[in-house]
Design a protein around this ligand. Structure first.
Ligand code: UD1
Ligand code: MG
Length: 450
């Protein structure tokens, strides 16, 4: 049976006390909304319909153009929000999955389970429920003495006895679509002035139709986000989930609780992640690496067998067997060839380092192209900025740059050349010559044994 999905994301999120819309708050490296969109997409095989508030360009951008957007002009409740999708969805599918953007931990497996239960249900709706103490403000599921569902009572409307009910409405449902579109307009305004989607459960039972239930296997999936405290709880749960999946694929963690891997990151097997390591964005790491402790990798590409210790790597590409840190910073456009070594206080930006280049200590390389096997002495700086423009430095294969060399760009150092300690290089240094002094002059030619 075909099943379309609606994700409710137009609420005000007032309990967050944040200027940022609730559905855009970051969770595991994604905006909150993306989690439910991806789960619905996988569970139904269709692009979900997302109900958003007016003028929500940021929300649209956060989940991309593939999904369908439906605007709810005013936040008049979850029932009203779902009804806004009627125009787009009425008659399109036999089943309808409805879930909330603020329930990001619900997995596609759970949502698929919900669809399957509804497929077998003769009644019009299946609910997802859980048991949790404290009840976290969730609606309570009320049953009659024989265990048959009577309805859902929102916390604000519940009597003291109802408040004590342990079974909670998680906020994800699968409906028989035709029934939903017929009944939704009949929902009455609540005392709070909102139209509650949850009232449909009472409407079903009042007309003598059975309501089916799927109980959540993992209560962690029921962490809903209404406050920033909930968001932090969800972050920890997502972290555990991501790390568990990586461990199952052969990635080793010394301490998964203090290793922070975002959803878009890929790590190959036999890599070890050490504590206080943050892998962010679209970072990709090969196998046999050791990353951390105390490292941040953001949109980094790291080949096999690399070692990165106490360093920050952002937008950089590392081929295999590269050693970085401790205390190095690789910035956007840094490309490190196989076997490169960058030691403490090396900063590299928009530069290509050929295989085997060594930058042992205290150096800045910006807008530079450095040939194979070059040794960059301690304290070397590419002076790439003249106050107005950036300029390039090239250093040929096998060159040796003496400690504390200033390379005033644009400048080229030829293959096999050397610079003396403290040289300030303002003019090109020909291949196989030694330049020294301030400003540096060629003082002799080098023979291959020098
Ligand atoms: C809702 C349920 C409650 C359930 C809980 C689980 C209702 C009436 N109550 O309560 O039974 O236990 O979820 O998480 O449904 N939204 C809109 N437009 C609106 C109002 C809300 O799109 O006008 C969206 C919100 O962005 C949110 C979702 O619907 O993603 C749920 O709204 P929220 O206000 O968080 O409802 P809860 O109080 O959590
Ligand atoms: Mg909520």
């Amino acid at each position: 049976m075909r099943c379309e999905a609606i994700v409710l994301a137009a609420g005000l999120g007032t309990r967050m006390n944040s200027a940022m819309p609730k559905v855009l708050q970051p969770l595991g490296g994604w905006p909150l909304l993306r989690w439910s969109v991806e789960a619905c997409r996988q569970a139904t095989g269709e692009e979900p319909h997302v109900v958003i508030p007016p003028e929500a360009d940021e929300i649209r951008q956060a989940v991309g153009n593939e999904v369908h957007f439906v605007v709810q002009a005013e936040p008049l409740g979850t029932g009203h929000a779902a009804l806004q999708a009627a125009g787009a969805l009425n008659g399109k599918s036999e089943l309808l999955l409805v879930t909330s953007a603020d329930m990001p931990l619900l997995t596609s497996d759970t949502l698929r389970g919900l669809i399957e239960v509804q497929q077998a249900n003769v009644g019009p709706v299946t609910l997802l429920t859980t048991e949790s103490d404290p009840p976290r403000g969730f609606g309570r599921v009320e049953r009659d003495p024989r265990g048959k569902i009577v309805g859902i009572i929102e916390e604000a409307q519940a009597s003291p006895v109802q408040l004590g009910l342990k079974e909670l409405n998680v906020g994800a449902y699968c409906f028989r679509a035709a029934w939903l579109w017929e009944q939704l307009p009949k929902v009455q305004k609540s005392a709070k002035g909102e139209y509650y989607l949850t009232d449909l459960v009472g409407l079903a039972t009042a007309s003598g139709q059975p309501v089916a239930v799927l109980k959540l296997a993992d209560p962690n999936e029921a962490i809903g986000i209404n406050t920033l405290e909930h968001l932090a709880e969800a972050e920890a749960a997502i972290r555990r989930r991501i790390n568990r999946e990586l461990m199952a694929k052969g990635v080793r963690f010394l301490d998964p609780e203090t290793t922070y891997v975002e959803a878009g990151v890929r790590v190959a097997s036999d890599t070890v992640l050490l504590p206080n390591t943050h892998l962010q964005g679209e970072t990709v790491i090969g196998s046999g690496c050791q990353i951390g402790p105390n490292s941040i990798l953001r949109n980094a590409q790291v080949g096999d067998r690399c070692r990165i210790e106490a360093s920050v790597v952002e937008g950089a590409v590392l081929e295999q067997d590269v050693e970085v840190g401790p205390f190095a910073r690789l910035r956007t456009g840094a490309r490190l060839g196989a076997g490169v070594h960058v030691g403490n206080f090396g900063e590299i930006k928009s530069s290509t380092l050929g295989p085997g280049v060594k930058v042992g200590h205290f150096s800045y390389l910006g807008d530079a192209t450095i040939g194979k096997g070059v040794n960059i002495g301690a304290g070397t700086i590419t002076c790439n900025f003249d106050g107005k423009q950036k300029h390039a430095t090239t250093i040929g294969e096998g060159a040796f740059i003496g400690s504390d060399t200033m390379l005033v760009a644009p400048v080229n150092v030829g293959p096999g050349a050397r610079t003396g300690a403290g040289a300030v290089v303002t003019k090109d240094v020909p291949a196989n010559t030694l330049a020294a002094g301030v400003p540096a002059r060629v003082i002799r030619k080098l023979n291959p044994h020098d």
